[in-house]
Design a protein around this ligand. Sequence first.
Ligand code: NAD
Length: 243
Amino acid sequence: MARLKDKVAIITGAAAGMGEQHARLFVKEGAKVVLTDVQADKGQALAEELGHNALFIQHDVTDESGWRQVVAKTEAHFGPIDVLVNNAGISPVLSIERASLADYMKVVKINQVSVFLGMKAVIPSMKKTKAGSIINISSMNGLVGGAIGYTDTKFAVRGMTKAAAKELGHYGIRVNSVHPGVINTPMVQKSAALDQIKTMVANVPLKRMADPKEVSRLVLFLASDDASYSTGAEFIIDGGVTA
Ligand code: NAD
């Protein structure tokens, strides 16, 4: 199968977790993929493993000038951008009572401002081909409450997705949000709230966490032309937890 044949994609946070699995599946499905992450060693090694259709660029998603460089390097290496997966994120377990403004703004910048910067950065490239698919990774906590900071930013990603979909539809650019439940990645494995997560998983209707590859298949659908009439929509993949 080559559902992304010759499509050029940028995936943020692609050195580990879900981003890594998205990159693996996208390359397998014929895409040319730029992987970005702050973790240079892992990202570089993964891109080398994936071969000539993968390129790693070290980038912190909060860095606006860095976004311009990522877009320029992607276009120079592979051509105009068809797909952006805004995947990078963090999930500190904050409390309103104890978190400082600096703690709070760190989550806002990485989870929310980065999505604004990423969408803004790729629009000129997508306009060249009058097509594009932007996939913003929110969370089930973009639909129902979790910890402060994480919940707020994931709700924001859901809202930004809808606003951007309305604004960019006439360019042929689709924008959708993905809302994963509990996915077995380093984010969960290293979480300070692992005990609470285990309790939550016991109450998931499907009675398990997801493998990150299960989310990759949904992201692949949204990136591909199979999703040609889906925009401004929220795609829930949570084993039924928000049902
Ligand atoms: P992860 O922690 O396993 O991997 C995230 C990757 O993002 C890492 O490689 C990390 O280095 C990178 N990253 C972090 N900050 C960055 C920055 N400032 N700039 C660039 N890269 C950065 O996380 P994951 O579980 O794969 O999560 C991916 C996305 O899915 C996140 O947006 C997360 O909020 C969301 N999500 C995860 C779950 C889950 O259960 N794992 C559930 C819902 C939503």
